[in-house]
Design a protein. Structure first.
Length: 321
């Protein structure tokens, strides 16, 4: 499992994602469970070290007692059964709420792992898709959100350390991961299951807003793209290069489904699932040769576009906010 490769810039707040700093009620029990398991491991290690010291250096009478049949049954069978059963019961009591089905009225967001990025769909009260985003999850603070996890190709795994544990995304199956942030901020996340190719460059950021700010953000995202008139040249390059065959921009003729929805791509924090900060310069570089930046990703390079055309299309996309 490769989860240690950070994005190649400093603007991705929340990275690296700390695993022992819970920021919500679903991550806090995992933190307690982690410390409890470490305490048990340390205790068992101390007992084994003491037993080893007795076996090597203690008087013969002590060593004879250590090797007795009764102690073997107690320490080798009864003790592990009791300890492991207690840990299982405690762990289940702490984590049973983390994957509960969505409740009526709860926010639902469908996150689909794809090679090697995240498709994020925001659902309405009836479970229908309202709009799509990519490589970012936006949530309101102070209330639980149900993330419906899916995959279109191989097994991925979403891990948001400060908001919950990791949960696999399995083709043909939908798993539920519940998250909640206690305060606004940005929380780093990562694919935590090796999925081939640039797996380690498959990051994500969760942005938690105050409830009113979240509703305002949703209203902006649900609206179609509104480029300014001076971006007509960039849109012409976008159309001529056939980008709309893979990408959708609501309010235009671009309706592709293979790649990320670009309706509000200029408002995203990163490009390439956390690889680059999002601005016109990095956008031009990504469009020109994304393979040199994230080898193996599924977007082809566009060496046929000249420098001027790259700048125009990048300016157009940066303006989609």
């Amino acid at each position: 499992m490769q989860t240690d490769a950070p994005p190649a810039h400093d603007s991705f707040k929340g990275w690296p994602p700390p695993a022992m700093d819970p920021a919500g009620p679903f991550a806090a029990p995992l933190n307690s469970l982690t410390w409890g398991l470490l305490a048990v491991v340390a205790t068992v290690l101390a007992v084994v070290v003491v037993a080893l010291a007795i076996a090597l250096f203690a008087p013969r009478a002590w060593r004879r007692r250590l090797g007795g049949e009764r102690l073997v049954w107690v320490a080798g069978v009864a003790f592990p059964v009791v300890v492991l059963s207690a840990l299982l019961a405690w762990g289940l009591s702490l984590t049973h709420r983390m994957s509960e089905p969505p409740r009526p009225g709860e926010e639902r967001i469908r996150v689909t792992g794809e090679m090697w990025w995240w498709r994020v769909a925001y659902l309405d009260a009836g479970g229908a898709e309202a709009f799509q985003d990519a490589n970012e999850i936006h949530i309101p603070t102070g209330r639980p959100v149900a993330l419906e996890l899916e995959s279109t190709d191989v097994i991925h795994s979403l891990w948001i350390p400060r908001l919950n544990g990791k949960l696999d995304m399995i083709p043909g199956r939908r798993n539920i991961l519940r998250v909640q942030a206690d305060k606004p901020g940005e929380y780093g996340a990562q694919c935590a299951e090796f999925c081939g190719g640039p797996h380690a460059l498959m990051a994500l950021v969760v942005v938690a807003h105050a409830p009113a700010d979240y509703e305002a953000w949703k209203a902006r995202q649900a609206a179609p793209a509104a480029p300014s008139p001076n971006q007509a040249a960039g849109k012409a390059v976008f159309d001529r290069a056939g980008c709309g065959a893979c990408h959708a921009i609501r309010g235009t003729d671009a309706n592709g489904l293979a790649g990320p929805d670009l309706t509000h791509v200029g408002a995203r924090r990163t490009l390439g699932a956390g690889v680059l900060p999002n601005n016109a310069g990095t956008m031009a570089g990504w469009i020109g040769d994304s393979q040199a930046i994230k080898p193996g990703n599924r977007m082809p390079a566009y060496p046929v576009l000249k420098g001027r055309e790259l700048r125009e299309v990048a300016t157009y996309l940066e303006g989609l906010k």
